[in-house]
Design a protein around this ligand. Sequence first.
Ligand SMILES: NC(=O)c1ccc[n+]([C@@H]2O[C@H](COP(=O)([O-])OP(=O)(O)OC[C@H]3O[C@@H](n4cnc5c(N)ncnc54)[C@H](OP(=O)(O)O)[C@@H]3O)[C@@H](O)[C@H]2O)c1
Length: 491
Amino acid sequence: MSETPQPADLIVFGGTGDLSMRKLLPALYHSDRAGLLAPSTRVIAMSRGGLDDADFRGKVDAEVRGSVPVDDPGTWQRFLGRLHHVSVDIGGQDPTGWARLTGLLAGYEHRARVFYLASPPMTFGPFCREAHRAGLVTPASRVVLEKPLGRDLTSALRINDEVGAIFDERQVYRIDHYLGKETVQNLLVLRFANAFLEPIWNSLWIDHVQITVAETVGTPGRRGYYDHAGALRDMVQNHLLQLLCLVAMEPPSRNDRESIRDEKVKVLQSLRAVTGGEVDRFTVRGQYTAGESGGARVPGYLDEPDRTAPTEASRRVETFAAIRAEVKNWRWAGVPFYLRTGKRMPYRCSEIVVQFKDVPHSIFPGSTPNRLVLRLQPSEGIQLNIMAKEPGAGEVTLKPVPLSLSFAETFTGRVPDAYERLLMDVLAGNPTLFMRRDEVEAAWRWIDPIISEWESRGTAPEPYPAGSAGPASAHELVGRSGRTWHGEGLA
Ligand SMILES: NC(=O)c1ccc[n+]([C@@H]2O[C@H](COP(=O)([O-])OP(=O)(O)OC[C@H]3O[C@@H](n4cnc5c(N)ncnc54)[C@H](OP(=O)(O)O)[C@@H]3O)[C@@H](O)[C@H]2O)c1
């Protein structure tokens, strides 16, 4: 990132939505407060909302101010002053909004111009076409695509083609905010800036890897979206597979935009396809029923309050998914990668667990294998469990003790949110932490057969009570080989 921030125009299509209000605008405010935005950088929100600049600033003042630290009212006012709003209906016939946007951007063609599409994926293609028709796509433009990028390979190809017809691939930033998390970037540093791990980062020393993203929340009011998404599309295709890539990738030759992504895509292409009857052995899908969560009684997925009644799609959608994946290459032969994610789990936790093999010959009773835990949330940190002797005379008693790196305790100052890092990378023109077209397509290519096999069954997912660690089959998935899931309450 350059020392002096360069002026830019950030056009947030969907700028009044939940993602913008909860993540993007707070992230931009934090960056502004840290002096990372040039004085003349502007944020132009777009929606159908019929707001003018003053309305939008009032909305942000009312909805965002409470969630960020405003220690200096001057900084907050400066931030509000950067904000504009343009009303546009994609697919609508009224050109007024585009004309206003054109007016706002006229004379600023030399600056970085970022179109951030925080809107449903079916608007991506139409937005790009309309921005192009209005003459707004300059050589210095970039477009950021939010997830989900389609709902299968076919739709992802279509979106990529539509966007690719207007923007060159080097201008396209497909966001997966997990890649902006400190622990995730630290995984790369841990692996490639320390010599001691590389010799043991393979099937000779590693027994298996677990990647868990557990959420306590359910889906109240989101049936319309979730019935057609499900845990596999919503979480595994993007976040969990990206984490798997970073664990499994070969050391890149350079820390640049293509080298890391080249290595990640090779991992996706090396995933052993799970097809046909194998789906029963290698995957588990579940749906939560009523139970106890956060000390309260909560309804099951089908009884969540919503504007619409549950349909057949609701009955079949999974709120939990677990997969045993295998990376078919020399380094990882025989090492299972267990992926799981679920809603209404006992607690919120995103972590990568690298389970090492036991010592070849143990002279102490009670020793357990080493384990490296990379925690992404709730509090980011890295922990290596090693065996140590409990102090005392007499018989040697072993105990696993953690060597811990807590970011909050080790590094004073706040840990920036993933969106802060990623937004600054887009403004600086650094796509390293964004997904390339071939990555997204390779991920869908692996996920698609699992989805079609699940859908062809026409059966309901396995029920699990809200507040539990998922369906019984998820425990069998790891238990079959004598392993258990990591995490108190999640095992
Ligand atoms: N919310 C999250 O935490 C989150 C996380 C990751 C990814 N995402 C993804 O980000 C996208 C946005 O999510 P969200 O939760 O912010 O959705 P949302 O709350 O429904 O907001 C959607 C935004 O898009 C605008 N919009 C929709 N259709 C439009 C059209 N035809 N013309 C102009 N504006 C239109 C909406 O404004 P008007 O309705 O006023 O026009 C609103 O500003 C989705 O693809 C979602 O999957 C969201």
